[in-house]
Design a protein around this ligand. Structure first.
Ligand code: NAD
Length: 330
């Protein structure tokens, strides 16, 4: 099985190196000419995690059809708003019934679709697998232990991804709850922005635990409304990734919240990060989806208002605290 990885940023680079390290032949597509040149020559670029070196055996190219041609497994690691355009551009050159592994975590801004829905719409004969769960690229690159989940309605495709990516230090579980895993990966970034704000204002660890727990409850409501299972949100792609992203300082989305609490503007924060922080776009998209589907998602709504409508972050947190108290629904 030959593998193409689309996106030579922090996560795409690490995934490409991981799969090459398991003995697969890997080609990497990086759309930015200068970043591709740096990856090809210096074996890392400005987005790569600190100390990262792309294995010499991995070919790097800006030519998408060349990278995907003849590859049975295509891994997508570009920001979620670009997944559809990337796969559509790749479509004419992709093998029949490719296994498409989505490593991007977000909802598509234009449509509110999950990444699995975007894959199926862009490449109807693809065997879509969503790879998610608690994973900082920097830690995976360092070979630290982690556990992920590969979700697909095609059990054979999920098992293939398990064997292709998994190893001694990286446990890959399989799941058939694609919607639940997609929602977990997308929404945890939004809750992490809220938690970053909460911590930035010094509201304490009790408040942080409350936000994480109520965040998980609203993630679960959306997942179920989209056809997922509530129990999936207790797993790696739900609670696991939520805890990591809300509490780990390597999380860009948590950093966005911390910076907003310090009074930085959103454009300032995003420019400083230099990487995608998916929760920023997903907050707005998820709020729209929740309104359309009548799913109650108060934390997501306040994060969207703070990021995109100029609502002061402190007011957003205060408004959450001022909500009526009711029996706890999880
Ligand atoms: N970094 C992590 O630890 C990590 C872990 C798990 C999942 N993810 C997810 O992986 C995805 C990528 O994250 P990252 O950390 O590698 O981001 P990054 O900002 O480091 O890299 C983004 C990549 O997208 C490419 N890109 C930019 N504009 C594009 C466009 N218009 N069309 C196609 N590609 C474009 C960039 O050239 C680059 O290769 C995100 O959805 C993120 O949530 C990241």
């Amino acid at each position: 099985m030959r593998v193409a990885v689309l996106g030579g940023g922090a996560w795409g680079g690490v995934l490409a190196a991981l799969v090459a390290g398991r003995g697969r032949q890997v080609a990497l597509w990086e759309p930015d000419g200068a970043a591709a040149e740096a990856l090809a020559r210096q074996r890392s670029n400005a987005r790569s995690v600190a100390g990262f070196r792309l294995p010499d055996a991995i070919d790097v190219s800006t030519d998408l059809p060349v990278v995907v041609a003849g590859r049975q497994i295509v891994v997508v690691a570009v920001p979620s708003q670009f997944v559809r355009a990337t796969l559509r551009a790749a479509a004419p050159a992709v093998a029949d019934q490719p296994v498409v592994v989505c490593a991007s975590k977000g909802l598509e801004p234009a449509t509110g679709s999950t990444m699995a829905e975007v894959i199926t719409a862009s490449l109807p004969d693809a065997r879509a697998v969503v790879l998610s769960g608690p994973s900082f690229a920097q830690e995976i690159a360092a070979g630290l232990p982690a556990a992920l989940v590969a979700a697909s309605t095609d059990a054979g495709a999920a098992t293939l991804v398990q064997s292709c990516f998994g190893g001694e230090r990286l446990r890959i579980y399989t799941s058939d709850d694609v919607a639940g895993v997609c929602v977990g990966g997308a929404l945890k970034n939004v809750i992490a922005i809220a938690v970053g704000c909460c911590d930035g204002f010094g509201l304490g660890e009790s408040a942080r635990a409350a936000l994480i727990t109520r965040g998980l409850a609203e993630m679960g409501r959306l997942a179920v409304r989209l056809g997922g299972q509530a129990s999936t949100l207790s797993g790696l792609a739900g609670l696991g990734d939520l805890v990591l992203t809300c509490t780990g300082d390597l999380s860009r989305n948590r950093q966005v919240g911390l910076a907003l609490a310090r009074g930085e503007s959103l454009p300032e924060v995003l420019a400083r990060l230099g990487h995608i922080a998916e929760g920023v776009g997903t907050a707005l998209t998820a709020r729209d989806v929740a309104r359309r589907l009548h799913v109650e998602m108060p934390i997501t709504g306040e994060v969207a208002a703070a990021l995109h409508e100029g609502k002061p972050a402190r007011d957003a947190l205060n408004d959450l605290l001022a909500r009526d108290v009711r029996p706890e629904r999880v």
